[in-house]
Design a protein around this ligand. Structure first.
Ligand SMILES: Cc1cc2nc3c(=O)[nH]c(=O)nc-3n(C[C@H](O)[C@H](O)[C@H](O)COP(=O)(O)O)c2cc1C
Length: 303
């Protein structure tokens, strides 16, 4: 009997549906025991998010200092493979998943094991997956695959629709714009990857980087590579500053956060359109570099 552990945290249930699609083929296989574990924060995160709470979560999320979770009830041990399904918060793994990966008990579970990641997010996951790779390496795990599902609408629209959904709870807050979130058929497509893992396990095939290759597991949008790098640096520095301000006084942290939100919005409305034009002009010179970056971020599963 092969043993699979699937761990996830989902606030609205969207990632939960993706994880369940992935799980279904494994669950139906007589030769596989599947344990699904839904992580629970000790202090639940609100949904919809109050405006301040949403932005105030970013420094600790980015610096991988999550709020604690309840001890997860993991029924087995010595799993053949572990699947970590996660959403992205501020270009980082969502806090409960980081908290799980920082537990001493998790190291015992993951050490030397093949691990696949399953991401469901708006569309910016590259930096988060880099952090995930570090967290997995700290646990001695071996990343064998990465499957990514992103919001259905284009980058510009989801830049408005996703925050509107998170702050109001309404997926279609703006009638003129498409609905927020991952398309139902993409969530259901998780089953294709679950079936591939089932077949590999049942046939006794080695669980390595080839398992999810040539399946369109993760598509890197090269237009977002620059934005992720710039936003990642900004979040890192401002996160550090905000946490330091909070140690002096909560009021100072709030004032600085208010300033950063205004700064960020101004930056997005001015610098991003200008840099898009500059990137377009420099494209012939950047092609080689972008291609290498794309290949790197595509690992291990590729398109
Ligand atoms: C606090 C917060 C920050 C987020 N930041 C990002 C982000 O940086 N990149 C991204 O693609 N999606 C981001 N999202 C969207 C989530 O990845 C995810 O799609 C959404 O929260 C639904 O997930 P759920 O299954 O937990 O409900 C963020 C969501 C939240 C709540």
């Amino acid at each position: 009997m092969k043993k699979v552990l699937l761990v996830y945290y989902s606030q609205t249930g969207q990632l939960g549906r993706l994880a369940q699609s992935f799980a279904e083929p494994l669950r139906q296989s007589a030769g596989i025991r599947l344990d699904c574990v839904n992580l629970r924060p000790q202090r639940p995160y609100p949904f919809p998010w109050p405006f301040w709470r949403f932005f105030n979560t970013f420094p600790e999320t980015v610096h991988l200092q999550p709020e604690p979770i309840e001890a997860p009830d993991i029924p087995g041990e010595d799993y053949d493979v572990v699947v970590v399904a996660y959403t992205v918060w501020f270009l980082s793994p969502a806090q409960p998943v980081t908290a799980f990966l920082q537990r001493a008990e998790t190291k015992k579970l993951l050490d030397g094991k093949p691990v696949a990641t399953l991401i469901g997010c708006r569309n910016m996951w590259l930096t988060a997956q880099e952090k995930m790779k570090t967290l997995l390496a700290q646990n001695g795990a071996k990343l064998i695959g990465n499957i990514v599902k992103i919001d259905a609408c284009n980058s510009a629209a989801s830049f408005i629709t996703t925050p509107a959904w998170l702050l109001t709870g309404n997926k279609q807050y703006f009638r003129a714009l498409p609905a927020a979130g991952i398309a139902p058929e993409e969530l259901a497509d998780g089953a294709r990857f679950g079936a591939k893992l089932r077949d590999a396990l049942v046939s006794g095939r080695a669980l390595d980087e080839t398992v999810f290759q040539n399946m369109g597991a993760a598509r890197v949008n090269e237009k977002l590579i620059f934005s992720e790098k710039a936003a990642g640096r900004s979040f890192y520095l401002w996160g550090k500053l905000l946490m330091a301000a909070g140690r002096v006084s909560p009021l100072l942290r709030r004032a600085l956060l208010a300033f950063y939100i205004v700064f960020l919005i101004t930056l997005i409305l001015t610098v991003i359109p200008v840099s898009a034009v500059v990137k377009q002009l420099l494209k012939p010179w950047l092609r080689g570099w972008l291609g290498r970056q794309k290949r790197y971020y595509n690992l291990p599963s590729g398109e």
